[in-house]
Design a protein around this ligand. Structure first.
Ligand code: PEP
Length: 253
């Protein structure tokens, strides 16, 4: 069984005080289920403090971005080894906000994916289409191109230690959610693309759905065979919502 991963992407939100309150409630209410892993991804300045608070809780720590470079003259950047050093397990790469706002290409995302793994961390690779691309019936072509850039760089074997997040851009932070059928169709396609490289790796890789996941739509999404949890933005900042999503996953196991 692949189990579920529920990843909270806090984006550029929070403060020491707000994080502390949020974590207290998440830690107190986290489901005690071996098949459900919780992950929180705070902004960089808070990683060390959050790591300390998460010690011995079983809740994992992740970063929202990383440099593809190992060290050196890259002002303002953060190396993968630094994220490992402060206790991260996962790193989100290729979030659509970074692709769209920061202009990250699929090749840059692939380089980041590789650098993350080289540091012993697990990349959470985000892929997904815009509204225009879906309306033009290009959803599969878009995720294929985004996946191919990474497969060309690292090969299928790297996916034995990676997570994929399908995040339709039109559903992120909009309150619009892909229907469970729409999401499952793309997740199945992603797994088939990976299976063309290696069936066992495809069977083992977690594919998360992201895009306005809430407590009231989580069960419908997660009950599909190829949906292994969620990458959650807005609802991850509200402990009751994040815990309701976690409880929905736990109830499915
Ligand atoms: C995200 O940030 O990746 C995301 C899916 O956000 P939201 O849950 O707010 O749509």
């Amino acid at each position: 069984m692949r189990g579920y991963l529920l990843a909270g992407n806090w984006k550029m939100n929070g403060s020491n005080a707000a994080d502390s309150e949020l974590l207290d409630r998440i830690i107190a209410g986290a489901p005690q289920s071996e098949s459900v892993e919780l992950l929180v991804c705070p902004p960089f300045p808070y990683l060390s403090d959050v790591a300390a608070r998460l010690a011995d809780t079983g809740i994992a720590l992740g970063a929202q971005n990383v440099s593809q470079h190992g060290s050196g003259a890259f002002t303002g950047e953060t190396a993968p080894s630094m994220l490992a050093d402060v206790g991260c397990k996962y790193v989100i790469v290729g979030h659509s906000e970074r692709r769209a706002i920061m202009g990250e290409s699929s090749e840059t995302v692939a380089a980041k994916f590789k650098a993350v793994q080289r540091a012993g961390l697990v990349p959470v690779l985000c892929i997904g289409e815009t509204k225009e691309q879906r309306e033009a019936d290009r959803t599969e072509a878009v995720v294929d191109e985004q996946l191919a850039a990474v497969l060309d760089e690292v090969g299928i074997s790297a996916f034995a230690n990676a997570v994929v997040a399908y995040e339709p851009v039109w559903a992120i932070g909009t309150g619009l959610t892909a229907t469970p059928e729409q999401a499952q169709d793309v997740h199945r396609h992603i797994r088939e693309v990976l299976a063309a490289g290696d069936q066992a790796i495809a069977d083992g890789v977690k594919i998360l759905y992201g895009g306005s996941v809430k407590g009231d739509n989580a069960a419908g999404l997660f009950s599909n065979p190829d949906i292994d949890g969620g990458l959650i933005g807005g609802a991850s900042l509200k402990p009751a919502d994040f815990l309701a999503i976690a409880a929905a996953a736990a109830a499915l196991h």
